[in-house]
Each structure stands twice: as structure tokens, then as C-alpha cells.
Design a protein around this ligand. Structure first.
Ligand SMILES: C[S@@+](CC[C@H](N)C(=O)[O-])C[C@H]1O[C@@H](n2cnc3c(N)ncnc32)[C@H](O)[C@@H]1O
Length: 587
């Protein structure tokens, strides 16, 4: 039988679709608006942290306890994390858990057999972990050997496919997960397959399910199915990484102009609408970073063995083309880019750089080697080389076209933790939040945009402290415009407004206990309770309720948006000075 699905979606089977990869798809059984939760998937077939984080992440629920952190600002002192300790399984000492309930659940699901496997791994290989794909395949082999879950058998061993299609309803067409085995066999002249053979053989040996060629072939097929259908969870903030596989969610096809996106929260995946979806319409997500140039996207999609023919690919649309016609533009009236006309008609000069040139820039940018370790000089050299490559994009004012935003983000991230550069990081983050993110991800509830806003708040907490204590100049910052803006701005009101944006949009685009949203709520509470600014706080509370109210809108415009735009306007100049040694403003 096909996987059981939550209400709101169904698997559509169209055997006559000329595109074989799209014969099965997920469709909506009712309309969804941008931001709506379409469905949650909380009983996945496979969830595991990757090997690098398996000792620091609960192996069942994927909770990753953060060390106790205290953020002190002029506005607030926030303490978070530290409440969960991980305990290792007393048998294998390899898997760790955040509590007895998770340990028991994992034991029942797979660890009863897996525990012995880790003992074998230590005995034979002298270590406590397995490469992530090997552990994933071994888990499936162990679950299949235990004869357990019907859903696991249906997904990995196929269903009742008698080749006789009796139309979507009965499930006779279901033959398990797609594995693209032939595609993997021939990929890269067999190099990929050799690797798969080794990984599958290791899984068979360590799982202790020896049984000749048939078992090895089964293990390779399982690996192909995992590669094709599992989501790689990666949370750069917490360092959490791992894989998640649900057979129902795996029916969702790819588009580079998707109408949905997935958020993960421990063992649960939530599918949300990014754009309006009609009843009966296909639901699509992007398997890759869909804002990259076309050739780079094609390279990333090779893993899935199909040629994308979404509108972005067919017409070679860039981020600005897609943004200009996005149905989500009006949602930005409550955002850091409320100038909807600018989203519809971005002030870029396409004559300065062609799409082919952008593709070439990206490839050269990718090829520049990243320095290993923390040598500041090497990182600066790389940033200079990358910025130089981005020059045609700068000339065209195409700030949202990759690799420009990533170049800026990486630099801002490094500068945030450097006392001498921290003040300069603020204009870069404001630039990303106003000139890049809204064009790349038009819906303001997309988690990446919320992260960008909260990052500005955290930095304002630092610059606010430096401003209040008179230590701004001691950082070595000599940019008069930047210093002047910080001294005159009401940085606390800026923070409060940003937090209100983050909380409003975060509650739409992410799980309630998403770290970033929790932080935003907690800092907002602290900011609201600061004495002596009741008037500003009341104004911003009213603005969040009714952004169109003229008085509130004017307050937001002058006290929040204007300084943020001013800071943002310094970004390119700062980059030119720091990375290209220029002293002229080139905007
Ligand atoms: C996670 S599965 C998606 C469900 C898949 N259609 C199925 O029937 O199992 C991923 C595979 O679906 C196919 N696929 C996904 N998106 C596609 C697209 N836009 N065009 C063609 N095939 C696609 C590819 O074979 C890909 O490897």
C-alpha cells in the first residue's frame, strides 16, 4: 500500500505523464495560502544525526542541547539552553539520548539491533561511529530483518506492483520508493557507484546480515533510495545535521519555483505553502538552493537524475525575474523592504552583465579554495578575490544575484565576532536584509529572512552597548556616516521593531519552538520591559497591529527603516574600501 498521508494532500498517480519522474506527485486536496501549514510528518521511517554530530545530538529526537549562553545587552540579559544533558547508551556507548523516553523509543525502533552493531564496529574498526549513509542503510537492513514495520517494508521492498495499473485509489501501482539505481550506476563514469558498493558492503558487514550477492544488491538499492528520498537536515546555527526520510513526504517533486517548503523540528517535518496552491494542484519544493545560476542548479540536481523543466529553468529566469512576478510581493508591506514597487521593478542594470557571465562568475567563485582553520589573513585574501569576481554584479547593482550575497554574508559572519570589525558587520547585515533576501526569497516568513533580521538585532545589541558606553571609536571604526548613524539612532526601537517582524513572520514560517523564534520572543519581552520607553513601545505595538496607521507608519519609517536603509547604504562602500582598497563611493 502507498504511504498513509495526513489530510490536505494525496499522492497523484499519472502513468501517462511523459516525464517518468513525475508520474507520482503530491497534490493538494484543498487550497492553501502562502504560509499555511499543509501537513506535518511526525512518524518518519528514518531519522538520524550525521556521524559528526551523533555524540552531541539525541539520536532519537535530534534535540541538540545548546550550552548555556548568556547574551548581555544594554537592553536585555538572556540566558538560554543548557537544560538538557545527553546520556550515552550503556550498551554501545555510541548513541546518546536527551532522556529515558527517547532512549526507550529508539531501542524499540532500531537500537536494540543497532546497539550490537556499534559494539561490532568498535571491535572491528576501533571506533564508535559509522559514516552516516552506512549507518542509515544498516538501520534499514536491521529493521527489515526484524520483520517489523510494514511501512518500512513497503518503502524499501516495494509494494504490490503487479504492473497492472488500476488507477490511483487502490494502491496497486505503489512499488516503493524511487531509487534511480540505473542512474547512480552510470553516474560520473561509475565513480559514484564504486563508492555506493563500498558503503553498502560496509552496512551489510556491520549490520551482520551477510547473505551473498542478493543482500549486497538489496543494500545498494536501499542506499539509492535513501539518497533519492531523504532530506539532509542542516541547521547552521546549531551545527545540527542529519537525515530524515518519510515515504509520504518523499512523493513531493522538485521545482526551482516551488510553491512549498519544509521546516524540520526534531523528529517532525512540516510542509508549508510558500505560494498560493489551488485544490488539486501539484505541491513542489526545491531540493537545492534554487537561487543559484541555472548551470549550478543542474549540477546540484544530478543527484536526482532528472532534467528540471520548471519556468525558472525553461526561461532561464534569475532571482529578479522570479521576484518581479511573485504573488508574494504584497506580503512585504510588513517587512524591511516595504517598497513593493522596488520588488516589482528592481533598479538593476542588466546591460552590465549577462546570465552566462554570472554563471561563469559563480563557477570561478566556487573554485576558489577556502582556507582551512582560522587564519584571518587567508580569509581576507579569499574575500578580496571573491569580491573582485562579483564586480560585474556590483556594476549591475544586482545585489541579490549569487554569489554576491553569500560573499557578503560570509564576511559579515566573520566580522561579527571580531571586535575591530563588529561595527562594520552591521551595515552588511542590513544590506542583506533589505537588498538581497527580499528579492531572493520574496515571502517574508521564509526562515532565512527571519534569521537575517534576528542577526541584526543581536548585532544592534553589541553596537548599542558600544554606543552607550562611548566605546564605538575605540573599536577603530573611522566611518563617519556609520558612527553618526549609530549615535543618533534609537537602536532599542530598531531592535523592538525588528523583533516584532521576526515574531510575526516566524510564527507563520516556522515551528513554535524554533530556536530563532524563541530567542526573538524572549529578547522582545526584555526590550518591552525596559523602563522609560513606554511611548516607543506602545507605538511599535500599535504599528505591528496596523502597519498602515499613518502615525505608526511614520514612526516606523523614521525611527527604524530610515536608519536601517542608511546603514545598508554604507555596505558596498565599506566592502570597496576593505576589500578593494578604494576610497570612493561606487554606488
Ligand atoms: C523524492 S522523489 C519524488 C517522488 C517521485 N516522483 C516518485 O515517484 O517517487 C525524487 C525523484 O522524483 C523525480 N523528480 C522529482 N522532481 C522531478 C521533476 N521536477 N521532474 C522530473 N522528475 C522529478 C526524480 O526521479 C527524483 O529523483
Amino acid at each position: 500500500m502507498p504511504p498513509h498521508l495526513p489530510p490536505g494532500i494525496r499522492i497523484h498517480h499519472d502513468p501517462s505523464n511523459p516525464n517518468p519522474g513525475k508520474r507520482r506527485s503530491l497534490t493538494a486536496t484543498r487550497p492553501f495560502s502562502p504560509g499555511d501549514e499543509i501537513a506535518t510528518f511526525s512518524n518518519p521511517l528514518l531519522v538520524l544525526p550525521d556521524n559528526a554530530t551523533m555524540r552531541t545530538t539525541c539520536n532519537y529526537c535530534l534535540r541538540r542541547p545548546s550550552p548555556t549562553t548568556t547574551t548581555t545587552t544594554t537592553m536585555a540579559t538572556t540566558t538560554s539552553g543548557g537544560q538538557h544533558q545527553l546520556k550515552a547508551c550503556t550498551g554501545c556507548k555510541a548513541a546518546v539520548y536527551c532522556g529515558a523516553a527517547c532512549q526507550r523509543a529508539h531501542w524499540r525502533a532500531v537500537h536494540r539491533a543497532e546497539c550490537k552493531m556499534f559494539l561490532r564496529v568498535r571491535e572491528q574498526a576501533g571506533r564508535d561511529w559509522l559514516p552516516t549513509p552506512v549507518r542509515a542503510v544498516a538501520q534499514v537492513l536491521l529493521m527489515l530483518r526484524a520483520g517489523g514495520d510494514a511501512a518500512v517494508r513497503e518503502a524499501f521492498e516495494g509494494g504490490s506492483d503487479d504492473g497492472n495499473d488500476r488507477g490511483g485509489g487502490g494502491g496497486w501501482w505503489w512499488s516503493g520508493l524511487e531509487g534511480n539505481v540505473e542512474g547512480f550506476e552510470s553516474a560520473d563514469g561509475g565513480v559514484v557507484w564504486k563508492d555506493f558498493e563500498l558503503q553498502a558492503a560496509a552496512a551489510v558487514v556491520y549490520a551482520g546480515v551477510l547473505g551473498g550477492d542478493e543482500v549486497l544488491a538489496k543494500a545498494r538499492e536501499i542506499l539509492c533510495k535513501i539518497q533519492t528520498n531523504a532530506f539532509n537536515r542542516l541547521d547552521a546555527d546549531t551545527g545540527m545535521a542529519g537525515i530524515f526520510l518519510d515515504a509520504g513526504l518523499a512523493m513531493v517533486n522538485h521545482s526551482c519555483v516551488p510553491n512549498a517548503f519544509i521546516g524540520f523540528d526534531k523528529r517532525t517535518a512540516v510542509l508549508r505553502a510558500e505560494r498560493p496552491i489551488q485544490e488539486g494542484g501539484e505541491i513542489t519544493i526545491s531540493y537545492i538552493d534554487n537561487t543559484l545560476p541555472k548551470a549550478v542548479r543542474y549540477e546540484a540536481l544530478k543527484l536526482y537524475h532528472f532534467r528540471c523543466n520548471c519556468p525558472r529553468c525553461d526561461d532561464d529566469l534569475d532571482v529578479y525575474d522570479v521576484c518581479e512576478t511573485s504573488p508574494n510581493i504584497p506580503l512585504n508591506s510588513f517587512s524591511l523592504q516595504p517598497d513593493l514597487e522596488k520588488l516589482r521593478n528592481p533598479p538593476i542594470d542588466r546591460s552590465k552583465v549577462t546570465k552566462a557571465e554570472i554563471e561563469a562568475i559563480y563557477k570561478k567563485w566556487q573554485a576558489l579554495a577556502k582556507p582551512e582553520g582560522g587564519n584571518e589573513g587567508e580569509h581576507l585574501k579569499l574575500a578580496k578575490a571573491r569580491w573582485e569576481l562579483c564586480r560585474p554584479l556590483v556594476e549591475a547593482r544586482m545585489w541579490a544575484a549569487e554569489p554576491l550575497p553569500t560573499t557578503v554574508l560570509e564576511l559579515a559572519t566573520r566580522w561579527q565576532t571580531n571586535y575591530k570589525m563588529v561595527v562594520y558587520a552591521l551595515p552588511l547585515l542590513c544590506f542583506l536584509a533589505t537588498e538581497c533576501d527580499p528579492f531572493k526569497l520574496v515571502a517574508p516568513f521564509m526562515p532565512w529572512r527571519i534569521k537575517g533580521i534576528v542577526a541584526i538585532v543581536k548585532l544592534l545589541a553589541v553596537t548599542g552597548e558600544l554606543t552607550a558606553s562611548g566605546a564605538l571609536v575605540a573599536t577603530g571604526c573611522t566611518h563617519e556616516g556609520l558612527l553618526g548613524t549609530l549615535v543618533t539612532a534609537d537602536q532599542v526601537s530598531m531592535c523592538e521593531a525588528l523583533l516584532r517582524l521576526a515574531v510575526r513572520h516566524g510564527s507563520v514560517g516556522a515551528a513554535e519552538d524554533w530556536d530563532v523564534l524563541q530567542q526573538a520572543k524572549s529578547i522582545l519581552e526584555d526590550v518591552e520591559s525596559l523602563p522609560g520607553r513606554e511611548q516607543e513601545s506602545n507605538m511599535l505595538r500599535a504599528w505591528a497591529k496596523d502597519p498602515e496607521d499613518p502615525e505608526c507608519a511614520a514612526f516606523f519609517e523614521t525611527q527604524v527603516l530610515k536608519p536601517i536603509k542608511t546603514l545598508s547604504s554604507f555596505a558596498v562602500e565599506i566592502l570597496e574600501v576593505m576589500l578593494a582598497g578604494k576610497s570612493v563611493v561606487r554606488r
